[in-house]
Ligand binder design. Structure first.
Ligand code: DAH
Length: 316
């Protein structure tokens, strides 16, 4: 009997040596000996009946000892396998923090943002600074200071979203001109991109659209400066062969005022669907800053003059 126990012990030791490769192997091995139903040590207990009564106590003691010994061995093995597997995982999942990351596809910029960036590039090249105003304005900046008092008929040109009798969503980036001229004295050269709002919505009108305002104030600024500057910008944006045309117009904040057309970039000026057969496309309103607007901002109109333009007009 004792030999049988010694043989099992030996078998276990050999088994452990062979199976010390993974936790699941170790578990299977443990089952072979310690499982209450099929385990070899469990089976030994069942032989108790066949043992002579005077030897039973001794036998039971030996089997128990073997069982405790095996339990200890298997627990030890399991701990070892756990550590081994963890170690393998650490090795296989090693992170190299110096490795360059995978490129993330981020999509494209919105066409309006692309256009805005291009325009900013061109005007920054001519020395313009960027001023971004606020979308909520008060009546004074959006209209009154721009020479458009409450009863002025030009207010009808723009359907306004009023937030209160005093506050509104700006209808034009021109409002930024006043903020800039209040804060800074000439020479001034700013470009002010931003969203504007008008209470209108149909196939050709959107309640929100984007404008880009330009303002230059200095001594002896004339319409020639405006035309020269616009020619450069138009050629850079629409191509070298593009030409400009100035048409007389009216805006309360400029005198004289013009509307600027470019030769149609679709048909080159022959006339097509895009330019409605005219060969020209209107892109902006502009003019020489009205003396009254300069005065409203405490700038001496006898000493200084200014030019202004607003790209992205609301077309009727
Ligand atoms: N604010 C005008 C509009 O929204 C556009 C404009 C016209 C801006 C003439 C100007 C300007 O600065 O001088 O229709």
């Amino acid at each position: 009997m004792l030999e049988e126990l010694a043989a099992i012990k030996q078998e276990i030791l050999e088994g452990i040596e062979k199976n010390a490769t993974s936790r699941s192997n170790a578990f299977e091995l443990r089952k072979q000996y310690l499982d209450s139903k099929v385990g070899k040590i469990g089976q030994l207990m069942k032989q108790m009946k066949t043992i002579a009564p005077e030897e039973r106590a001794e036998f039971g003691k030996n089997v128990n000892e073997l069982k405790n010994w095996a339990l200890e061995k298997f627990t030890e093995l399991d701990e070892k396998m756990k550590a081994l597997e963890l170690d393998l995982r650490y090795k296989s999942e090693k992170i190299d923090v110096t490795m360059p990351s995978k490129k993330v596809k981020t999509g494209n910029l919105h066409p309006i943002t692309q256009m805005r960036n291009q325009l900013i590039d061109v005007f920054a090249g001519m020395g313009f600074e960027i001023y971004e105003g606020t979308e909520i304005e008060n009546d004074y900046y959006n209209f009154t200071a721009l020479n458009t008092p409450a009863d002025h008929p030009a207010r009808d040109m723009q359907d306004t979203f009023y937030l209160s009798p005093e506050f509104l969503l700006r209808t034009q980036t021109s409002a930024g001109q006043i903020h800039v001229m209040e804060a800074k004295k000439p020479p001034i050269k700013i470009l002010s991109p931003g969203k504007v709002f008008r209470s209108d919505d149909d196939a050709t009108h959107s309640p929100m659209f984007t404008q880009m305002e330009g303002l230059v104030v200095d001594e002896k600024i004339t319409l020639c400066d405006l035309k020269g500057m616009l020619d450069v910008f138009v050629k850079k944006i629409y191509g070298e062969n593009t030409t400009t045309r100035l048409r007389p117009s009216y805006f309360p904040f400029t005198e004289p005022s013009v509307e600027v057309d470019v030769s149609c970039f679709e048909c080159g000026g022959k006339g097509c669907k895009l330019c409605k057969g005219t060969g020209w496309i209107e892109i902006l309103g502009a003019g020489i800053v009205n003396r009254k607007v300069l005065e409203n901002c405490d700038i001496d109109p006898d000493k200084y003059s200014g030019l202004a333009f607003g790209i992205g007009r609301y077309r009727y």
